[in-house]
Ligand binder design. Structure first.
Ligand SMILES: C[S@@+](CC[C@H](N)C(=O)[O-])C[C@H]1O[C@@H](n2cnc3c(N)ncnc32)[C@H](O)[C@@H]1O
Length: 423
């Protein structure tokens, strides 16, 4: 068998009765929806795209469940299988020229292609009984808080926490590729651009993950050190930097915010980023002190956190879950869908006070995604025209009172005072 040049991605969707969504092509075999991974495309992104093209369903949460190389008539294909743990919409046979039937079926009733039948049978048997009780097939809203509290520690430096970040990296990629993920990165870049001078800066991205924020900054000429405990995320950040011709401007250091000593060698820094990570850090005061210590006088700190105030609104407006909205008003924790972890609900104003207490200036507060998460029709967000207009609206609301108060993320940008001069 040759070395695989070809890749495919397929997606399991399971309904609450434990039936799997199957599609039957003209050869008569049943399969789960999916198809070829295009050149330059991530398998997770291909899975999201193929499911939408073939069935009209939008993935809300994606988990990778299997990877194997198959021999199809002497040609090697790398296969990636995903489980769409939560989807939006109702399935329809969206490409009738390519397939003849699409239906939720009992897995014991269908015939698979001989090359993949063993893997399919074992995947189905592992997915259906094990995962069925937590499956959500519905309007695709975030379901924070619906699951029982996890007992896993959320700190990425602990083994269990790190495993969660590594295990769900595919789900995180799927989120990054979604319109709402792209909005988050584009809006944060726009907010930051308002503060950054045009000359190259030294940036440290704490909990920088697979490096999408770092990449945007490196593409503008800045030098970025990514600090993260997850080796898989850092490896992906390095590969992305290489692909985009920024390898000499991005370096990675494995570690946590708590131990910045290694990264400090690359500093002091003009900019410190801590995006979507402080909810996983138990000691925020120590984290702010560490950030302040590696920042040059006059430098900037950019903190992004999910805004707990948005959760009740999203539950009520988007999902009509009124009792859940009432519960969320005072709930001290949130369940993160992507990593399946229970984390503290952080108040943006408490964080702002913590930044000031650490010697940083009073932050400017932006809102990221003030309206996107209140729109239940996720399919519409895939339309490029809708997306462009939504982005325009979101950018206009980012600093317009009162929208930042209830937006999905709070983005706090603070400056470290210049050193006091003793004349
Ligand atoms: C939601 S991801 C955010 C990644 C990136 N900042 C972004 O927004 O694209 C959270 C990241 O925090 C990292 N992390 C978890 N605990 C950490 C810790 N104690 N110090 C630094 N990073 C941590 C995880 O490995 C993961 O890559």
């Amino acid at each position: 068998m040759s070395t695989p040049q070809n890749m495919f991605a397929r997606v399991f969707v399971v309904d609450p009765a434990g039936r799997v969504l199957f599609i039957r092509d003209h050869s008569g075999y049943w399969n789960v929806p999916g198809g070829r991974v295009e050149a330059g495309e991530e398998p997770a992104a291909a899975a999201v795209r193929e499911l939408r093209e073939e069935t009209g369903l939008t993935v809300v949460e994606l988990v990778r469940v299997h990877h194997e190389v198959y021999d199809f008539d002497g040609v090697a294909w790398a296969g990636y299988f995903y489980w769409a743990r939560s989807v939006a919409g109702e399935p329809v046979l969206a490409e009738p020229d390519k397939a003849v039937e699409l239906a939720y079926r009992d897995p014991t009733d269908v015939a698979f292609h001989p090359a993949t039948s063993t893997a399919m049978a074992s995947l189905v048997s592992s997915l259906v009984p094990g995962f069925e009780p937590t499956i959500t097939v519905g309007r695709g809203a975030a379901i924070d808080g619906e699951h029982p509290a996890s007992t896993e520690p959320a700190d990425g430096r602990s083994t269990a926490g790190l495993q969660a970040f590594e295990r769900h990296l595919d789900a995180f990629r799927g989120y990054q590729a979604s319109p709402w993920g792209r909005l988050r990165y584009e809006q944060v870049a726009t907010n930051l651009a308002r503060h950054l001078p045009p000359h190259p800066l030294r940036v440290v991205d704490l909990g920088g993950g697979n490096g999408l924020d770092a990449l945007q900054l490196a593409e503008r000429g800045h030098h970025v050190t990514i600090v993260d405990p997850s080796p898989a995320s850092l490896a992906e950040a390095t590969a992305l930097a290489r692909e985009h011709g920024c390898a000499e401007r991005i370096r990675t250091r494995q570690g946590g915010i708590e131990d910045l000593a290694g990264a400090a060698e690359d500093g002091p820094f003009d900019v410190v980023l801590a995006h979507n990570v402080l909810q996983y850090i138990p000691d925020r005061a120590a984290a702010f002190a560490a950030m302040e210590a590696v920042l040059a006088p006059g430098g900037m700190v950019s903190v992004l956190v999910p805004n707990p105030a948005s959760d009740a609104l999203i539950a009520a407006v988007r999902r009509l879950e009124l009792s859940e909205a009432i519960r969320l008003l005072d709930a001290p924790t949130r369940h993160t869908l992507t990593y399946d972890l229970e984390v503290e609900a952080l108040s943006p104003s408490d964080l702002a006070a913590g930044m000031v207490a650490a010697g940083l200036g009073q932050p400017v507060r932006y809102g990221v995604r003030a309206v996107c998460d209140l729109i239940a029709d996720d399919e519409a967000k895939h339309d490029p025209v809708v997306y462009a207009e939504l982005l325009r609206l979101e950018n206009l609301l980012a600093d317009r009172h009162p929208y930042p108060e209830t937006a999905r993320f709070a983005h706090l940008v603070s400056t470290k005072p210049e050193a006091t001069r003793l004349d």
